[in-house]
Design a protein around this ligand. Sequence first.
Ligand SMILES: [Zn+2]
Length: 291
Amino acid sequence: MPGLTTPTTPPAPIQVGQRRIVPIIEAVGPALPARATYPHLAPDQLTALLSVAGPTNTDPSGTYLHMASQGFAILGAGRVILVDTGLGGPKPARPHPRRGLDSRWMSTLELAGIGPADVDTVINTHLHHDHIGWNTTLTGTYLRPTFPNAQYLVTRPELEHATATTPPVHVADSVLPVQATGQLWPCALDHHVDEEVRLVPAPGHTPGHVLVEVASQGRRALLAGDLIHHPLQLRRPDISTALCIDPIQATATRRAVLDRYADTDTLLLPSHLPIGGYLRRDGDGYRLAPP
Ligand SMILES: [Zn+2]
């Protein structure tokens, strides 16, 4: 797979009323093979959709989807909230070398003026490996929570699904050590973090997948998790990825959320798009207008 790179110039923070949303980008670049990610699309349909999405979203050969791995910080009102923690640092139980497992996400966080002890809340939108990596850090031979003062929020259905059988290695190394210190807080799918930050249920990609809505002083943003993985799903909201555990439910959720937020002043910020935008209806689908 071609390389992912960490951008040298971080994206500008976004002001939403009294809250400031800081995108913390870990890496961008050709991440997932296009055909394997969208097996439900005929090859000619996929090629056409990728060409509409443009060269910033696909590599020139059309083989790989250009994607971002990112989390967000929500600052203001005396809070430091992180939403998703990327691919993460070294994890001894995983096969090595493995790309992305020694990323510069923490130094990007530091550049934004955020130290580990400052963080009061970590929200994991779901428990896939690319959203929980920096939940923990290797200290000597132990994995410990990276954010010592944080409450880590994971929805109950998500935690139950991830731990129903022997947990996969990324849950074992990035979630269980947080549970061991008592910092893991299973919560409802519609949990309110505070008066301006709330979870929005979005099951399908995973059973307990959530989005995070920030609404402050008349402004609104939606941190959209893995509602879409690529802009082609705005043109074709009916298309789920091979990564979605329940693709039919994922499509129903996608349609409902896109319908709810289209043509509003809500800024949509999906995890895997380097730049978000305002959702606009466009023919049978949608597009993102620049922020
Ligand atoms: Zn993801």
